[in-house]
Design a protein around this ligand. Sequence first.
Ligand SMILES: [Zn+2]
Length: 124
Amino acid sequence: MVREVSCKKCQKNIRVHSWASDRVELAIEKGEDFSLVCKSCGATNKYNVNDVWADTNKLFDLIFIILLIVIEVLGGYLLISSYSRSTLYLVYLIPVALSMPLLLYFVYRNSENKKVTIFNGYRK
Ligand SMILES: [Zn+2]
């Protein structure tokens, strides 16, 4: 999960570096109002914790998806080659191994979405 505010000058998103899971924690960590420097235009402005919103981490999503494709392709290749070698054990094991990263991804996405909803749902 990432926390962002919209720059008051150029409207670009500024990342708020914090581990806070809601605005109450964020206020404890940074104070009700805090200053941020925009990386795009260099303007320093004061922001309120209610200006901050949460979103899922797109970069992490991308890394996970790339990793998933690599695992699936590798696993698929192993599955095909094991069919020809008729190793019964592997034939049953590989589909399970293939579905694991996918399952992990859905569990991760689900918890991320919940965290984002909690953060955005409560205003101080
Ligand atoms: Zn700006």
